[in-house]
Write a protein that binds this ligand. Structure first.
Ligand code: FES
Length: 172
């Protein structure tokens, strides 16, 4: 009998705890104006920079670029067939950082298998699959620049999907 009362008390305590947790979760989803303002200030703003025009590109020949600033080197590619993150009429134009995510060595493009390759410790990244790492010491995929194309065929970089090597954040 005493044992049942203890079990009942335990159940009530458990249910009360669950209700408190739910109320807490609801409370945390409602932001004060100050919190909303602080969050807006923390949002990463990347510039929109013109990189080239579609007419400047040749299939499978890399063009050197820099984004979001001159310190951050990259490559612009027209791969010849639609790929992940590709823009333009054929969905085949992509851009990546060429700074290896492992220790920042400058990578080079291999037209043979459309990969970027690091001379430092031999990490390899697949340009046809969003910069996915094929092999190596890097612990993240290659930063891909987010592109758009206007009606005149001008190609713009508007952001980046991973942290560029050597930077504590992508905030400029
Ligand atoms: Fe590229 Fe180490 S710096 S794999």
């Amino acid at each position: 009998m005493k044992c049942n009362r203890l079990v009942d008390a335990g159940r009530r305590q458990f249910l009360r705890g669950g209700m408190m947790a739910t109320a807490g979760a609801v409370a945390t989803t409602v932001m004060t104006p100050e919190q909303a303002k602080a969050r807006a200030l923390a949002r990463v703003e990347m510039p929109t920079n013109r990189l080239a025009n579609i007419a400047d590109l040749t299939v499978n020949e890399p063009m050197d670029i820099a984004y979001p600033d001159e310190e951050s080197l990259g490559v612009l590619l027209k791969l010849g067939e639609a790929v992940e993150g590709g823009v333009g009429p054929d969905g085949d134009i992509v851009a990546f950082s060429v700074l290896c995510p492992h220790k920042g060595w400058m990578m080079s493009y291999s037209a043979e298998d459309k990969s970027l390759n690091c001379p430092g410790h031999h990490s390899r990244f697949d340009c046809e699959n969003g910069g996915q790492q094929i092999w190596g010491h890097a612990t993240n995929n290659l930063p891909q620049f987010l592109l758009s194309v206007d009606d005149a065929g001008d190609i713009y970089a508007n952001g980046v999907d991973e942290l560029i090597y050597g930077r504590l954040s992508n905030v400029l």
